[in-house]
Design a protein around this ligand. Structure first.
Ligand SMILES: [Ca+2]
Ligand SMILES: [Ca+2]
Length: 224
C-alpha cells in the first residue's frame, strides 16, 4: 500500500566509567522502546518496523534523552520496509514493554509518504496491565492530535506505570483505506534493570568505552 500508490542501543576496570553510566541512566528522560506490538487490523509493512528504529535519522538507547532525541530526529519516507500501514484506517495497536515502566510521554514519527494524508491525525493512548483493551484498562493517558511529516513529535501525559499501551487510531488525514506511521517510543523515569546497566557499561568498556484513493485491499496487497 506504500509503493507507487501511496506516494510513505572484565567488567570495566574503571569505576568512574561505570558511575558515569549509572548517572546518565537515572536521567528522568530516558527512552524505552516497546518489545512487542500487535493489532487486529490488517497490516502492510510491519508493526515491528515501528519499534526497531528503522528509518530514523539517528539511533537511541536507554540512556538517550527522550525530549531532545524525538524533537530532532526524522523518519525517512515511510515505506513497507521501515513503517507500517494498518487497514482499515482506524483501529488499535497494542505495545508491550515486557514489564511495568513508569512512562510519561509518547514519541511518534508519523506517516511521511510520497502521498500525503495517510498519517495519524487523532489518536488516544490507554495504559494497561495486559494486552487486552476489552477487559478494561488502567485509564486513558490522553487524546491527541498529531501532525504529518518526518519530524518526531512528543505527546506528554501524567506519569503512569504500565506494561502495555494501546494506541487507538481514531482518524487519519484523509487517506482512504489505511493509516501509516513510521516509529514510536516512550519516555520513562525508570532505571533499567541492573543487568542492562552492566551490559551497557561492559559494551562501553569494550568499545572504547495512500494519493490516489486506495480503492480496495486487493490493490493494497498487490502493491505491498
Ligand atoms: Ca521505523
Ligand atoms: Ca486490559
Amino acid at each position: 500500500m506504500f509503493t507507487n500508490s501511496i506516494k510513505r542501543i572484565s567488567l570495566i576496570a574503571s569505576g568512574a566509567i561505570f558511575t558515569t553510566v549509572i548517572g546518565s541512566q537515572t536521567a528522568d528522560a530516558a527512552m524505552i522502546s516497546p518489545i512487542s506490538a500487535s493489532t487486529s487490523n490488517t497490516t502492510d509493512g510491519s508493526l515491528t518496523n515501528t519499534i526497531n528504529q528503522t528509518g530514523l535519522s539517528a539511533t537511541y538507547n536507554p540512556t538517550t534523552d527522550f525530549d531532545s532525541f524525538v524533537t530532532s530526529t526524522t523518519h525517512a519516507l515511510t515505506t513497507p520496509d521501515n513503517s507500517v500501514g494498518i487497514l482499515p484506517a482506524t483501529g488499535i495497536v497494542t505495545y508491550g514493554f515486557g514489564g511495568a515502566f513508569n512512562i510519561s510521554a509518547f514519541g511518534l514519527w508519523n506517516g511521511n509518504g510520497a502521498v500525503a494524508n495517510f498519517g495519524i491525525e487523532e489518536f488516544s493512548l490507554f495504559a494497561d496491565n495486559d494486552n487486552n483493551l476489552d477487559n478494561g484498562t488502567l485509564g486513558q493517558l490522553g487524546n491527541f492530535i498529531a501532525t504529518q511529516g518526518p519530524l518526531g513529535q512528543t505527546f506528554n501525559f501524567t506519569a503512569t506505570s504500565a506494561s502495555f499501551v494501546h494506541l487507538q487510531v481514531i482518524d487519519n488525514y484523509g487517506g482512504v483505506g489505511g493509516t501509516i506511521f513510521g516509529e514510536v517510543a516512550f519516555k520513562t523515569a525508570e532505571v533499567p534493570e541492573p543487568l542492562t546497566i552492566l551490559g551497557t557499561a561492559t559494551a562501553l568498556g569494550f568499545g572504547a568505552l495512500f494519493k490516489k484513493k486506495l480503492s480496495n485491499r486487493n490493490e493494497l496487497k498487490q502493491e505491498s
